[in-house]
Design a protein around this ligand. Sequence first.
Ligand code: DC
Length: 234
Amino acid sequence: MQPDIIITIDGPAGAGKSTTARQVAERLGYTYIDTGAMYRAATLAALRAGIALEAQPLAALVGTLTIELVPGPSGQRTLLNGEDVTEAIRKPEVTSAVSAVSAIPEVRKSMVARQRQIGMQGGVVMDGRDIGSVVFPHAQVKVYLVANIGERARRRLQDLQAQGEATTLDDQIQQIEHRDRLDSERAASPLVKPDGAVEIDTTDLSIEEQVGKILHLVKNYQKAYAYISAFGNL
Ligand code: DC
């Protein structure tokens, strides 16, 4: 029998991680875990509390938070201390502050511990910035999704316009470039292509194609697993 494995999907904002990860999870009957939502929930709590976005106050705050990711009929819901904040964590105020909050090592330590707890039994597709590099470096299937900046900004613009936010393509290009810089240049667990991850450029791919490529990697892993189980590791 095949074990329930861990699939990690990392990459920059707008590369298609969440849509792809959700569909891969659905196809395999796995749980999808959006770790960005956890950093966003912590950021929302900090903004509501009006604390400085610095190590000491943030460390004290995150220890007190309950953050749950629960499946809902239209996708994963995020609960902060029992309150459904799924929509609130996508607001521009949270998006502007989340890179600063997620750069704090104490915040990361708390989130990484929670993510390991959730994913360690396997049967999960987890997306984020450091999942294949830090949270689960020994995951069986590791993917690094990229896409060019224009395409990433166009996707973000579509999402935000669907939520009724007034914004432009130029705004999104600037914001994504800024977040890319913060996420890749921070000292604590910067965004990197994890060792052993397979890079997929999604610029010209449909969602179905991206999902297909990842399912193919899973099949390859399962074939190798079956072979080694039958014949040993020669
Ligand atoms: O994927 P997203 O836009 O919802 O992520 C929000 C922010 O959280 C992103 O700017 C970087 C941070 N993040 C992180 O540092 N590590 C993760 N595993 C996931 C997200």
